[in-house]
Design a protein around this ligand. Structure first.
Ligand code: 7RM
Length: 659
């Protein structure tokens, strides 16, 4: 360790003792919200408070006269009689206000390209593409798939859908074409928007070709639009496939934004749950836009005229939907959009981007921060990061050491950190500090946003715990909550509103409440694994592994990992007569990459002659977690064959020998 690194290490160790970080006086004095009375004001009448935000921050074609309709729980509805268009709120209203020349996105490509896209340009492209979609037969209520990398066209595609009332279904670019097919099939998408090729770290993946291999016989999908992003040669099917630029050139320039009912679905986003089948989270227009606009403005203390905002997520996850596209654009902010990876072309690229664009607010995942810690503080140290004034964290619990490093090394000790807890289902940030008000504690997302009520309840009785551990619940409906699971109303009720009734939303996370009422989110209680902030179900990965011809059975767990938070660990039973080899491990990993995506590949494969099961045949993942982490085994008395565990222990010892 260098002397500098050693000094930093000692400083951070010392800071672990600090319990609370108060907002600095300079920061507080300039912040938008500085009066804690906002919490009481919102709590006194949350529906009225949210309705006021909806009217204050959004431009309605018809202002709502109603707040919350809770006549049929848990199918809550918000601002029912209001009408608005999300694309109008993100584009037209800013251009009409004279802000057309403001940059919406400073886009930066992997090969050093720069594209500044203004609000006026984004509006033009969106109108043309909305017309192109209409020309292809897309109507209000139709589902349109989007499978694009981080290029400005991804925002254009989403906003064009919103403009005409089509429901977008974005699939993260890291998912495989097979996953895309599945999501197109479940949602009966009519059109898919994709690219010829996508770049990643200097290589180009032939996306359109991969899509074609999967999509051939999907009846509902009538058209595929191809953005020419890399110039990669790609097969085009006559009558089905069109190039984006050609479709736009042929389309009319003007497409007025159509006012939508507040409850009109804006998008579906598939996310992982307890079973192998992903859940299609449905968000609607008015409530979602209210949630993301309010939180983006107030959690990040945003001043759209001067801030440069960078959410370093991918648009394919909810964080990108809410805080790269809808929140920032609705607020008229200027964002950085980065196409690539954090280590290409070099490990300092993020800090180079912060310096070049004068980024003032950075929103990132703890897994990225841990990676930067590993690469060393000297790398960000080479850049001027003095433009930063606020830092955000999202996606998983941030360990106090990483929080302090982020605070000191990136934030220069002057930037508050907002650790924001939320989910695909919640649409917007739910638990978070307010940077001008809340004293933060490293590792805690602190308290619910105004108008949100969260609590920790006893897992059996459902009674609130005064202090200590239990299950996290959200007590009252909020505008940006999911409305249902696409075409699966029953599963929606069963998943979120059966355990504690229809009035309380079951989050699926365990949490702890401390003596100050601060919340500490611990992690999932279901079989959802969080790898680098990517949400995966163990069942999904298991079903990909058993698809391998040599595998008889598989059980997957999330194992704690210093870099990725959790990593996939798979216990695999091979088919009779098959011998375990290194090639098989690679074959299994390749199978998972094809069926789900590379990010879901198991980091560790443990061969198991048999798996620990209950008498009714359920795999006891709890025991697998214990054994993988090297902990003492919990209760084994309910096992059908207790000998299985001894055998697994031998196997794991042997794994150690090979290293
Ligand atoms: C935004 C997002 C949701 C799950 C959630 C938690 C975990 C997210 C935090 C966090 C601790 C945080 N949506 N999670 N943020 N845990 N502190 N600040 O990540 O649907 O993909 O995942 O992520 O377990 O339930 S998500």
């Amino acid at each position: 360790m260098s002397e500098v690194a050693d000094g930093l290490e000692r400083k951070l160790e010392g800071m672990l003792e600090i319990e609370k970080f108060e907002p600095s006086a300079e920061y507080r004095d300039g912040a938008l919200w500085t009066d804690p009375a906002i919490y009481e004001e919102a709590a006194a009448d949350p529906v009225a408070w949210w309705t006021a935000r909806a009217k204050e921050l959004l431009d309605w074609d018809v202002e709502p006269t109603t707040g919350l309709d809770d006549s049929n729980p848990p199918f809550y509805r918000w601002f029912e009689d209001g009408r608005l268009n999300a694309s109008h709120n993100c584009l037209d209203r800013h251009v009409a206000a004279g802000l057309g020349d403001r940059v919406a996105y400073h886009w930066r490509g992997e090969e050093g390209e720069r594209r500044d896209v203004t609000y006026a340009e984004l509006l033009d492209s969106t109108q043309r593409f909305a017309n192109a979609l209409k020309d292809l037969g897309v109507k209000k209520g139709d589902v349109v798939g989007i499978y694009l990398p981080m290029i400005p066209e991804v925002a254009v595609a989403m906003l064009a859908c919103a403009r005409i009332g089509a429901i977008h279904n974005v699939v993260f670019g890291g998912f495989s074409a097979e996953s895309v097919r599945e999501r197109m099939e479940f949602s009966e998408a009519k059109v898919l928007i994709t690219v010829d090729g996508a770049r990643r770290k200097g290589r180009t993946a032939p996306i359109k070709q991969q899509v074609d291999e999967q999509m051939g016989d999907l009846g509902s999908l009538g058209k595929i639009v191809v953005v020419r992003a890399t110039g990669t040669a790609c097969p085009m099917t006559e009558g089905r496939d069109v190039f984006y630029d050609e479709a736009c050139a042929a389309a009319a320039a003007e497409c007025p934004a159509e006012p939508m009912e507040a409850e009109h679905p804006l998008f579906i986003l598939y996310t992982s749950g307890s079973t192998a089948k992903p859940k299609g989270i449905v968000h609607t227009t008015g409530g979602y836009l209210t949630g993301v606009t309010t939180t983006h403005r107030h959690v990040f203390d945003l001043r759209p005229e001067e801030d440069v905002w960078w959410c370093a997520a991918d648009v394919g996850w909810v964080t990108g939907h809410s805080y790269i596209v809808y929140g920032p654009l609705s607020n008229g902010a200027t964002s950085v959009m980065w196409e690539g990876a954090p280590d290409h072309p070099h490990q300092g690229i993020w800090w180079e981007l912060v310096q070049d664009h004068g980024v003032t607010i950075l929103y990132a995942a703890p897994t990225a921060i841990r990676t930067f810690i590993k690469w060393g503080a000297e790398i960000p140290g080479r850049y001027d990061l003095s433009s930063l004034r606020l830092l955000g964290s999202v996606g998983e619990p941030i360990n106090p050491k990483a929080w302090l490093w982020y605070h000191q090394v990136i934030g220069g000790g002057r930037c508050p950190i907002v650790d924001t807890w939320w989910q695909t289902e919640t649409g917007a940030i739910m638990i978070t500090p307010l940077p001008g008000i809340t004293a933060t504690k490293p590792g805690s997302a602190t308290t619910p946003f105004p108008g949100v009520s969260a609590d920790v309840v006893d897992e059996r009785s459902g009674e609130p715990v005064a202090e200590g551990q239990g299950l996290l619940v959200l007590e009252k409906p909020w505008p940006s909550m999911l409305r249902t699971l696409y075409k699966e109303d029953e599963r929606f009720v069963e998943t979120y509103f059966s355990r504690f009734g229809k009035e309380r939303y079951l989050v699926g996370d365990a949490a702890r409440k401390d003596g100050d009422g601060y919340l500490w989110v611990i992690g999932r209680i279901d079989d959802v694994v969080n790898v680098s902030g990517h949400r995966l179900s163990t069942a999904e990965v298991e079903s990909a592994i058993v698809a391998h011809e040599s595998v008889a059975e598989a059980a997957v767990i999330g194992q704690s990992d210093p870099d990725t938070g959790q990593a996939i660990c798979a216990f695999v039973t091979l088919a009779g007569g098959v011998e375990p080899t290194e090639e098989l491990v690679e074959g299994i990993r390749a199978e998972v990459a094809t069926r789900i995506g590379k990010f879901a590949r198991p980091k560790r494969v443990i061969w198991a002659d048999d798996l620990p099961k209950t008498r009714s045949g359920k795999i006891m993942r709890r025991l697998l977690r214990d054994i993988a982490e090297g902990r003492a085994l919990g209760d084994v008395t309910t096992l059908r064959d207790p000998g299985v565990m001894a055998e697994l222990e031998r196997q794991i010892a042997a794994e150690g020998d090979e290293d």
